[in-house]
Design a binder for this molecule. Sequence first.
Ligand SMILES: Cc1ncc(COP(=O)(O)O)c(C=O)c1O
Length: 328
Amino acid sequence: MMLSTKNKPVGGEQELGNDGHFYGLTNSGRSSLRWTVRSMCLQGKKVLLPDFVCQVVIDVLLEFDINIIFYEVKDNLVFNLPKYLQDVSAIYLVKYFGHESVSFKDAIDSSETPLIIDDVFGIEPPKVIANVHWCYFNSLRKITPISGFSQLISNKPLAQLRKNQLLEFSDFKYQAKDKKYHFLQSSIGTEDDYLSLLSSAEDLLNSCLGINEPDDKSTFLACQLYRNQLHEYGIRKQNFFTAKEQLLEGQYIDINPDFPTFLPLLLVNRDKVKRELMRYSIFLAVHWPKTTGPHSVLSESILSLPLDSRYTPIEIKRICTLIKRLDV
Ligand SMILES: Cc1ncc(COP(=O)(O)O)c(C=O)c1O
């Protein structure tokens, strides 16, 4: 039967146009990065990597004998790529704290070199306009309670491979998260109970060089996150604006994230502030400390303020007041 122009057909199987993308799921950013390297055939090739990145990324690229050339990221997250890129097989971009800096935007709009887009702070891929091979991945374990779930998206087919299971990893993580929950809600157990489990889980992940599939609970929780995204977004946005209002200009990087996760603080006395905050049971992470790569201006002064829905604007305000008092 030909399509009638008069009557739109109704019913039957729901249609879906091919969006030209290819999709993969793993348990972690590193698994997705390994899959990316294999899909883009980057083994032994030259890759441009920012000097502000976590050690895990460097280690994964070295597993594949990649020749890493570092480029500098300034303290406002802007960077300049070298002009001559002919022998570079891919540029590694990080969407820092969910922010599309001018340089990030330039690269995804007009790069002529293939792109690896690392969005460990994000939940949705950016619109890539550049007409090059690209792979995007996130890692929800970094920004939500989900223990291990990462989406990998590319504009070319992903390498065909068999994923491994690493179920003990997520088992340990969920056991630890439950212990922490009961410790915080009802003073049951000790901090050590969950900290030692968390550390065993991370040791397990670090010792495994494969590509792991996500566990079922994490997959379920990821669906739930996307379902409740607007509610979570609303709280994070309020926390984000509260923190920016409270802190002094120059005490944070002025980012504009689509889904706030952390506000990157830039503190003169970062280590002292981090230490003193612990006396108030406030444990802020450093994304990212010094690596085996070149020195980064950001590694020494950055501290991440979490903005997720565990915290209210009142709590964020209190933390920011303390930070202002301590960073002198
Ligand atoms: C920028 C960046 N990319 C990738 C990763 C790897 O993510 P995961 O720890 O989920 O493997 C991390 C975290 O360690 C990271 O900070």
